[in-house]
Ligand binder design. Structure first.
Ligand code: IMP
Length: 496
């Protein structure tokens, strides 16, 4: 698909999500992949899942950048320093590409990316298992402990895979720390988790010492052999090439899950904004000429726990989604429609229409209306250049609600030099869970467009109802739509 002339004058474009992730970055990165020479991921790890459609096939990658499908054209894909890498998963993805006959000859892995160990996966899972009501609903991929160990200086880097003695010493130290942490939990639960298939079915478990250091090192040296051809000083490479050839920066998760700017503490452990992405790629924000922020066309989803003021069906939806799966849902909500009087049913029908099930964990994503207070907050650390995706999901809706502000319903809350009081109207969300739990959304209701968007490839041909909603959102937030995606295929894209 031909990109508009605007892209001819650009050398650096970033794509991040301004919501809770899962906004369809994969399609946009894939689309812009033909424009770029170098595609870089800078944050997150195997918690992400990019679904890429190519003709009738679908590919789900967790670590490899979405631009890998352009490898055959000589494009370079980089996994940058800000990511967390579980080498087992990366090795599996590389093997999968090879089996499919898809090349990854130009893949580079940052020597200073963070290395996930079985200890960190175990701590993530054990911590969540014991957290009760306080659990975050993580993906169980060891993301938080890997970033945490980096910050407290007991983490490992990818380069350690290339130096056996150093690897051994660092694994040993990390195991010693992890054993001290895990010793405070129920030993039977720890044992059960260490024997999960995800952790090699007990391959790293030691009945007396909890972890078998030799087994970890042995396996990790094997991974190191597979990954060695890809390990590079990518920071130096990116800095040498910035400004010389076209680079695309691929975000992971979303601003509302950012450890710095998200709905704390229900967040992931990296900075998912364009700032975090640029740094995790080896640069800084000033290198990015066009920062595209993605939102879903007039709705929103969230996976895992945490406040979600505009959720269809509120708490009932959150509770259902925390333990349901697609099959159960099909059975229990067989007749639900997107125009259902019952909100919970409406949310389920939207989930089905948008295929909103986690690419990584298969969990049902909680669904809700587009939330402008949260968007205004996200825009503070992003830019106003927006990509709207998945608009076709709302084709059958009789009406579409947009949350324009909240009424605060909680106890007086000191926020720096302000006090938020019962009944206050909030136009910009305060990203703290203790506030968001008590925010009641106020909605503007619009008629839906009630027709297919198929075949529309010019902004002016979009239904009037859709343009009215978009105009409202633009006026109320200052966003500047650049790309509008009306379906999963590359061709179903409008450049504005
Ligand atoms: P973690 O990143 O596995 O530690 O999970 C922390 C929170 O981020 C949980 O609520 C996850 O559901 C959420 N999360 C992590 N990765 C993604 C993603 O790719 N899409 C949506 N939510 C995610």
């Amino acid at each position: 698909m031909k990109l508009p002339a605007m892209f001819d004058n650009l050398l650096t474009v970033a794509v991040t999500c301004l919501q809770f992730g899962d906004t369809g970055k994969g399609k946009i990165v894939d689309l812009l992949g033909s424009w770029a020479k170098i595609i870089v991921r800078g944050t997150g790890g195997a918690n992400a899942g990019h679904t890429i459609r190519l003709g009738k096939s679908e590919y789900i990658f967790h670590l490899i950048p979405s631009g890998i499908l352009h490898d055959a054209d000589g494009k370079i894909n980089i996994i940058g320093n800000g990511t967390v890498i579980d080498p087992r998963i990366l090795c599996e993805e590389i093997a999968f590409l090879q089996q499919q006959g898809l090349p990854c000859n130009h893949l580079m892995l940052a020597l200073n990316a963070n290395l996930t160990l079985p200890t960190q996966v175990a701590r993530d899972r054990v911590g969540e298992g014991e957290a009760g009501a306080g659990k975050i609903g993580t993906t169980g991929r060891g993301i938080g402990p890997t970033y945490g160990d980096h910050v407290i200086r007991i983490g490992l880097k990818i380069n350690d895979l290339l130096n056996p003695d150093i690897l051994f010493a660092k694994v040993k130290a990390n195991v010693a720390f992890s054993v001290r942490v895990l010793a405070s939990y129920d030993p039977e639960m720890v044992k059960a988790i260490l024997r999960q298939a995800y952790l090699g079915g007990g391959m790293f478990y030691h009945p007396e010492k909890m972890f078998d250091v030799d087994a970890i090192v042995r396996k990790y040296l094997e991974y190191g052999k597979i990954l060695a051809p890809f390990i590079r000083d990518t920071d130096a490479f990116v800095r040498q090439n910035v400004g010389k050839c076209r680079m695309l920066f691929e975000g992971a998760q979303g601003t509302l899950l950012s450890v710095k700017h998200g709905t704390s503490p229900f967040v992931t452990s990296s900075d998912c904004t364009v700032n975090g992405l640029a740094e995790g790629a080896g640069l800084n924000r000033s290198h990015i000429q066009l920062a595209l922020g993605i939102i879903k066309g007039f709705y929103e989803t969230r996976v895992g726990e945490g406040p979600f003021p505009t959720e269809f069906g509120g708490d009932a939806s959150a509770v259902w989604c925390s333990s349901a799966n697609r099959e159960l849902e099909k059975e229990k909500f067989a007749g639900a429609t997107v125009n259902d009087k019952n909100e919970l049913n409406r949310g389920v029908a939207l989930r089905v229409a948008g295929n909103e099930y986690g690419a990584t964990t298969k969990r049902p994503r909680r669904t809700g209306r587009l939330d402008l207070p949260l968007l205004r907050h996200a825009l503070l650390s992003g830019s106003n250049d927006i990509v709207l995706t998945k608009l076709d999901v709302l084709n059958d809706c009789d009406e579409i609600q947009i949350c324009d502000s909240y009424v605060y319903m909680g106890q007086p809350y000191r926020y720096g030099d302000r006090t938020i009081s019962l009944g206050d109207n909030l136009e910009v969300a305060i990203p703290a869970a203790e506030v968001l739990w008590h925010c009641r959304p106020l909605y503007q209701t619009f008629p839906g467009w009630k027709r297919s968007l198929g075949g529309i490839n010019a902004y002016g041909d979009l239904p009037g109802e859709l343009i009215d909603i978009l105009t409202f959102v633009m006026l109320r937030t200052g966003i500047n739509p650049r790309i509008i995606s009306t379906g999963a295929d590359r061709e179903e894209t409008i450049f504005v």
